[in-house]
Design a protein around this ligand. Structure first.
Ligand SMILES: Nc1ncnc2c1ncn2[C@@H]1O[C@H](COP(=O)(O)OP(=O)(O)OP(=O)(O)O)[C@@H](O)[C@H]1O
Length: 245
């Protein structure tokens, strides 16, 4: 069989139906040694290796991408590896087209959600700057006028994935946009709607959350949060309906 990889090459090694990101660490005397990025070492006789077993890694997977729709390697291993590469650099957000994947950092990331971040994402369309939950919130807010239709964000993930925190971040961004849309003179009078929205979270959590093995502050119910936005762009009211108890 012709040699389709050499020492030092980045490849996907197929093991137990999974593609593991690996490096060919040696290739001599008819024996090939692979070192995976997750610390395992696999040794094979060269003549037993097929192109199904070892696949070249595309450069999009080697350097990592902000939007996984542009990954050339299409399998779960490539998605997990891309999220892992980004997470190591403290980039917790990655797009898959217009979908956002968030990896819970379980620690505060300085500057990620502060006032300048709100300002920056409010001035850019989705995909123009690095992936962020604020970009999703901004797209939603702007689409109210662009499409003249109600907008909806669906947040899903396993327990402890960060759904509740993501919901609060979207509310934070929308509250800031709502405040921004008002005349300076009327800002103080109407700020109580946004404040009430943000302050409802600890109250809901006090009644509806519990400590579990997965999450110290686990929501024991699902939430449907509805916001009513005026033509001028400020939040005039809203409601939270509990579901999936
Ligand atoms: N973006 C983030 N930055 C920093 N920490 C986060 C972030 N998202 C989540 N966390 C941390 O992870 C914990 C769990 O997140 P969260 O409660 O949002 O999960 P969840 O998906 O709503 O879980 P459950 O389904 O159990 O309610 C939070 O209490 C917080 O400490």
């Amino acid at each position: 069989m012709d040699n389709f990889f050499t020492e030092g090459d980045r490849v996907w090694l197929r093991e137990d139906e999974q593609f593991l990101p690996s490096t060919v660490s040696s290739c001599s005397g008819g024996v090939v040694v692979f070192a995976t990025d997750y610390g395992q070492v696999y040794t094979y006789k060269q003549n037993t290796l097929t192109r199904q077993k070892v696949q070249p890694m595309h450069r999009s997977s080697i350097r990592g991408v902000e939007d996984m729709a542009s990954l050339e390697d299409l399998h779960e291993g490539a998605i997990m590896h891309n999220l892992y590469l980004r997470y190591k650099q403290k980039y917790i957000y990655t797009y898959i087209g217009s979908i956002l994947a968030a990896v819970n950092p379980y620690q505060p990331l300085p500057g990620l959600y502060d006032r300048p971040a709100v300002e920056m994402y409010s001035q850019h369309h989705l995909g123009e700057i690095s992936p962020h939950i604020f970009a999703i919130a901004n797209e939603c807010y702007r689409s109210l006028w662009k499409r003249l239709q109600n907008q909806c964000v669906l947040i899903s993930g396993e327990s402890g994935a960060g759904k509740t925190e993501s919901t609060k971040l979207i509310l934070k961004f929308l509250s800031a946009m709502s405040q921004h849309s008002l005349e300076v003179s009327s800002r103080d009078k109407t700020s109580h709607v946004e404040e009430a929205l943000l302050e409802s979270s600890p109250i809901m959590e006090a009644f509806g959350n519990a400590k579990t093995v997965y999450n110290n502050n686990s929501s024991r119910f699902g939430k449907f949060v509805q916001l009513h936005v005026s033509q001028k762009g400020n939040i005039q009211g809203g409601k939270i309906v509990d579901c999936i108890l």
